[in-house]
Design a protein around this ligand. Structure first.
Ligand SMILES: Nc1ncnc2c1ncn2[C@@H]1O[C@H](COP(=O)(O)OP(=O)(O)OP(=O)(O)O)[C@@H](O)[C@H]1O
Length: 498
């Protein structure tokens, strides 16, 4: 159905793709994996007609094609679905599926019945439980993903490229998502799945292609697909999950939260975090876990309750108050809240601490040498792949942008470290590195709060795991009691309640 032959793409001195060839048949799910910066996004952009390759050919259904724009790729039946592709929240599934398409008409008027039937026909086959008539704002994140898939297949999408489709979905919802993919495969849709969740690639793909530094280094058939093999092909080592002793009950309490109500956290939450402890906040986005971090960071008003930091009352009114109290925050949305894409890497790294890099204390003359060496140390710690410290942040691959944000805090001591989805979009090797850094920050006697939709991450990192749903903490597990099943049961109770 789709064949790429000898695709090559250079950005200055960087070979983003070098002679990449791959093929995809109808009814096949092909995994595309690689470390951050391996070339996955570049390849997707070329398939989507959003970027032109320097050389190479694309063949769709046996016919060579030349994409001059995304419109051409769309006309060829190619649909690229990004996890946060915009939907109109107040429109229902049917209206969202018809966005950008001509409406069926009858006697000069929009034929709602025909619209509904056109979508329902596909929905019955791929996502029979999806509600078609409610505004999509009310649908849980997994079902919003179903809407995106439905939109693609109901408008003649035959080749789907899914870019990290489950990155923001908890494990329970990811399974529902793959049940839908399974049904799409059975209908003959060709699917490329790009993901850093290698267990999903191993479980759900028919074949996987591994990219490394812009080249295809391995192509694994289903029978040889396993996580360790993929990691090795990507150029990493598979780290075993180590166990660690629980934090001593005598360790001082650094952070004490009493009856906190803020943002999406509607039911008063209480929590104490001791020195050396990592507490994982697990739940859907919008469940209140991110609001808790934002209140601690001074970015969301505290509506009720109180916080104590090392015994003293703490009520930050702005992030500046938080920084002064040695509280650090790594946001989830690197594009909106994290990075300055048109500025260089060193600036982006030193941004929150500019005043610490002065040649003469108090005078605004930057010590560029110190800034640069601090950047290099931090970049090394998070194993960031970059060309030069002076390159613009937006020219880094997505995962390396996340590492850049993380590097801001990597060589800095914070009493309280707040991390929202710290490893989203980051490859397995870097995930491991970031997790080790998080543990090391805690081991230095600090308190760490990690908000995540990744169940395995919550289990691996948390000395304690708090499960959030619908603006409340609904369960708390000590590390010894926390298991995938226990977390899923707590999370699934939601489905019954709502
Ligand atoms: N517009 C650009 N200008 C310069 N270099 C770029 C540009 N876009 C991508 N690159 C470089 O091309 C290489 C491949 O990047 P790409 O975004 O395709 O990687 P990726 O595999 O998608 O990574 P990730 O998993 O982090 O999203 C990287 O070295 C990146 O820095």
């Amino acid at each position: 159905m789709l064949a790429l032959n000898g695709m090559t793409k250079r950005f200055g001195a960087t070979n983003a793709l070098e002679d990449v060839s791959l093929s995809l048949s109808g009814g096949e799910v092909l995994g595309l994996v690689g470390h951050n910066g391996a070339g996955k996004s570049t390849l997707i952009k070329i398939i989507a007609g959003a970027q032109a390759a320097d050389s190479g050919t694309i063949v769709v259904n046996g016919t060579p094609v030349h994409f001059h724009s995304p419109h051409d790729a769309y006309a060829a039946g190619i649909r690229v679905i990004h996890q946060d592709a915009p939907l109109v929240p107040s429109f229902d599934t049917i209206d969202n599926c018809f966005l950008g398409r001509p409406y069926p008409k009858r006697a000069g008027r929009i034929d709602r019945k025909a619209m509904r039937e056109a979508i329902a026909r596909h929905a019955r086959e791929i996502a029979p439980d999806l509600k078609l008539d409610v505004p999509v704002a009310f649908l849980p994140p997994a079902e919003k993903q179903f809407v995106r898939l439905l939109k693609a297949v109901s408008d003649e999408g035959r080749i789907l490229v899914l870019d990290e489709p489950t990155a923001a979905l908890p494990a329970e919802d990811a399974h529902k998502f793959f049940a839908v993919i399974e049904r799409m495969r059975a209908r003959g849709t060709a699917i490329i799945l790009v993901s850093h969740r290698l267990d999903e690639i191993a479980e759900f793909c028919d074949r996987a292609v591994v990219l490394r530094d812009g080249r295809v280094v391995e192509e694994l058939p289903k029978s040889e697909l396993d996580v360790a093999r993929l990691v090795t092909a990507m150029g990493g080592t598979h780290a075993a999950n180590e166990d660690r002793p629980p934090v001593a009950a005598s360790a001082p309490r650094i952070l004490e939260i009493e009856g906190l109500v803020t943002g999406e956290l509607r039911t008063p939450a209480s929590l104490a975090v001791r020195a050396g402890e990592v507490v994982a906040l697990y739940g859907l986005s919008g469940s209140g876990r991110s609001s808790l971090l934002q209140a601690l960071w001074g970015a969301a008003p505290i509506e009720d309750g109180s916080i104590r930091l090392e015994g003293a009352a703490y009520r930050p009114r702005s992030p500046r108050d938080a920084v002064q109290a040695a509280v650090s925050y790594v946001p989830a949305d690197r594009h909106r809240t994290g990075l300055f894409g048109s500025l260089d890497l060193v600036f982006n790294k030193t941004l929150p601490l500019l005043s610490s890099y002065r040649r003469v204390p108090g005078l605004p003359i930057p010590d560029t040498k110190a800034e640069r060496s601090a950047f290099l140390v931090a970049a090394e710690r998070v194993s960031m792949a970059f060309r030069s410290p002076g390159q613009l942040a937006r020219t880094l691959s997505g995962g390396n942008q996340q590492k850049l944000i993380f590097s801001r805090w990597a060589n800095r001591h914070s009493r309280v470290m707040l991390l929202d989805e710290p490893t989203e979009g980051v490859d397995v090797m870097a995930k491991q590195t970031i997790k080790e850094i998080i543990r090391a920050i805690a081991a230095d006697g600090n308190a760490v709060l990690v908000s995540t939709s990744d169940r395995d991450e919550a289990l691996e990192l948390g000395d304690r795991v708090l499960v959030f749903r619908d603006g409340a903490v609904v369960a708390t597990f000590e590390r010894a009691q926390a298991s995938p099943e226990a977390l899923s049961t707590a999370a699934q109770a939601k489905a019954k309640a709502s």
